[in-house]
Design a protein around this ligand. Structure first.
Ligand SMILES: C[S@@+](CC[C@H](N)C(=O)[O-])C[C@H]1O[C@@H](n2cnc3c(N)ncnc32)[C@H](O)[C@@H]1O
Length: 395
């Protein structure tokens, strides 16, 4: 017989209290009409001075707070019932996942499988991705013992930073109904355009799956050698059914739809190809970290006065052209029904660029003044953004 919500939650708490077999738990998402005090909670058993405690890591999207509690006296039931929509508990012989629907009904799923306990106290600290996740070893960020290689700390930091932006953005878009609630039958589809060595593609796949979210991920890169390498890694990790790679130009890709587009440091106008693909194919969420820009800089021949004060210095002109390019990209997204903001994101190893354009499709019609602002700005500078040339629908 199907479990009631209370029964399912009690059973999940019992599994967590059984510290002989409990491996880890993740609480994420938000139940309808409920607020959670943090975006995600990770729980796992840790050994502190010979006693087994539960380590509770609360992540609000930017920061993680860790506390250790006694499994026998801590009120787990209250924590698990505090408004999270997804509850995943892994134990030595399998897992239990609960998804609480809009009608407050539990969809409970049990799976068999072997999971290993790790009781080390300082293992993960405030990281979202467990440094012993096998994907980090396969992509060359961690060594065989699961330690981050000193030479790859920057890349690891970038991966973590990316997940810290992705997770809460995605969760709030699902809660607001801008993205459907992913299910096994209808998983969240994510495309990484210009994925390169696919550090972020694999990271998104592993992290979201570890939070119990069904996903289907596709990495696209023009380089055939990247595809060969990435496919081999996916095979090694045994995740081929839910991750795929194609060697294609972004502008020519055979892919026709995805819920989420990510494009991080794709070169120059490849970023415009990626944004245009998202707009043209109705993507719901775009996370775009632009790379080098040459398009507008080369068009900015005659600066309107008194702006030559800035553009007469080559370095300043370059930086100004970057700002103009990304501001116009954000505005074009807005004019196509996306709520858009630009936030800070760490630069990659090949680029000091540290912005991320974050756009969620709400379908809201822009004010006429927004279109005028856009038109005035491009007229003032005598430029035509590459993105606008690639977008099919008019504004
Ligand atoms: C700087 S790397 C970034 C890789 C990855 N996104 C990351 O952040 O680790 C840029 C990648 O974009 C790919 N790329 C550039 N232009 C492209 C295009 N038009 N179509 C497909 N891939 C492209 C390159 O082959 C390269 O692998």
């Amino acid at each position: 017989m199907a479990l009631t919500l209370d029964e399912a939650i009690s059973q999940s708490c019992e599994m967590m209290r059984d510290t002989q077999t409990f491996v880890r738990a993740v609480l994420s998402g938000r139940r309808r009409n409920m607020q959670t005090h943090t975006a995600r909670i990770d729980i796992r058993p840790v050994k502190i001075k010979e006693a087994i405690m539960l380590q509770i890591m609360e992540n609000d999207g930017r920061q993680t707070t860790t506390t250790n509690v006694d499994p026998l006296t801590f009120d787990l039931q209250a924590l698990v019932s505090s408004g999270f929509a997804n509850i995943l508990v892994e134990h030595a012989a399998g897992s239990m996942s609960i998804r609480i629907t809009k009608k407050q009904e539990p969809l409970v799923h049990f799976e068999k499988g072997e999971n290993k306990q790790n009781l080390e106290h300082d293992r993960v600290k405030s990281r979202l991705l467990d440094s012993s996740d096998p994907f980090l070893k396969e992509v060359g960020i961690a060594d065989n013992a699961g330690h981050i290689k000193p030479s790859r700390q920057d890349k690891y930091k970038q991966v973590e930073e990316f997940l810290r932006l992705l997770a809460p953005t995605l969760e709030s878009a699902i809660e607001a109904g801008h993205i459907h609630q992913p299910t096994q039958q209808n998983p969240l589809s994510i495309v990484d355009l210009g994925c390169g060595h696919a550090y972020l593609t694999f990271a998104a796949h592993q992290y979201l799956r570890s939070a119990g979210m069904p996903v289907q991920v596709i990495g696209i890169d023009v380089r055939k050698d990247s595809r060969t390498r990435n496919v081999a890694i996916a095979r090694e990790l045994g995740i081929e059914p839910t991750i795929e790679f194609r060697a294609e130009e972004i502008s020519q890709t055979t892919l026709t739809s995805a819920d989420v587009v990510i494009a991080l440091h794709a070169c120059d106008t490849a970023t415009d190809d990626a944004i245009a693909w998202g707009i043209n194919n109705g993507a719901k969420l775009l996370l775009i970290a632009p790379c080098c820009h040459h398009d507008l800089q080369s068009q900015m021949q005659n600066s309107p006065e008194p702006w030559s004060l800035i553009t007469k210095h080559g370095l300043m002109k370059e930086r100004f052209a970057d700002l103009l390019t990304d501001s116009l990209r954000a505005q074009i997204l807005k004019l196509h029904g996306y709520r858009t903001d630009i936030v800070e994101f760490v630069g990659g190893e090949h680029t000091p660029r540290n912005l991320m354009i974050r756009a969620i499709k709400t379908g809201a019609a822009p004010e006429p003044a927004e279109r005028q602002r856009y038109e005035e700005l491009i007229r003032l500078w005598g430029v035509e953004p590459a993105l606008m040339q690639r977008v099919k629908s008019s504004i």
